[in-house]
Design a protein around this ligand. Sequence first.
Ligand code: P6P
Length: 360
Amino acid sequence: TSSTKSSYELVTLTTWLLKQEQAGVIDNEMTIVLASISTACKQIAALVLRAPISNLTGVQGAVNVQGEDQKKLDVISNEVFSNCLKSSGRTGVIASEEEDVPVAVEQSYSGNYIVVFDPLDGSSNIDAAVSTGSIFGIYAPNDECLADVEDNGTAFRVTNASPTVRVQLDSVEQRCVVSVCQPGSNLLAAGYCMYSSSVIFVLTVGTGVYVFTLDPMYGEFVLTQEKVQIPKAGKIYAFNEGNFALWDDKLKRYMDSLKEPGDSGKPYSARYIGSLVGDFHRTLLYGGIYGYPRDKKSKNGKLRLLYECAPMSFIVEQAGGKGSDGHQRILDITPTEIHQRVPLYIGSVEEVEKVEKFLA
Ligand code: P6P
């Protein structure tokens, strides 16, 4: 007789992580890092939910390394994320959109995972209560860049390529930058938490994309979708067309093509909320494309490779989609500096390949 699944047989994120560990998909250090990230996201969700009440809307009055006005919640979310990761004891280096340089975590005593994150992407939407999100990616310690420090305190980078040649690194800072600047193809895990009508935690550890929804009744993320597959095509596009005049002619021709009815008799629909996590999540589930192209003002576009484009591209590829800079796979690009920007076209395979053809 088939066992009837009781409606209370819910799988929480905690249970799911332990099952992955049991199956040998992740080790117990990674389990702890991911659990600490989910805790940070729950704390940020609570802060976002009550932002107008607790006077956490508006600007902090400072400017971050990107030259952007830091919102109060940008600063707090960054502290929440960093503290959760540091107290997990399994994080070696963290790199945040809100920090100038990567931070070597002294409290780390095992695991030493490298975590890159944007603690609150789209925070300009907070005051209007529009969706925002946290984005993260996790790399294994990159032993190529484990610097061995001579007793005189001088650090060297020993690379596999040439164990004999020792490149002198000036500072811990540079060592951390080197260990963090890895291509997205090295990612072991990536995910985001979207703060919207529901709080949605999306995660991949390389075995497909899993979606968890926060149950506020008891503060746990509950598995609501597994092995998500993005539709191969989708007639929804998410671009800021306000930049149209600044785009390359090839891109303008692509954009115009979306407005022709075509054989289906219907043009594409435009959906753009100015928050990558919200626009991406809709694209992942409904199909279509999100794009942030380069333009005459921003030569490399606006989005950052390390903690926005690479984690999202790992997720979309795990769901059968594509993440491109218009010409090459995002996951093949090795960052040369942690806040490096790249153009991003991400979503359904057919839609990304369509724009790549126009841009060729
Ligand atoms: P624009 C938010 O600042 C962000 O990084 C993404 O979340 C969002 O998709 C994009 O920038 C919005 O930028 O120039 O269209 O306002």
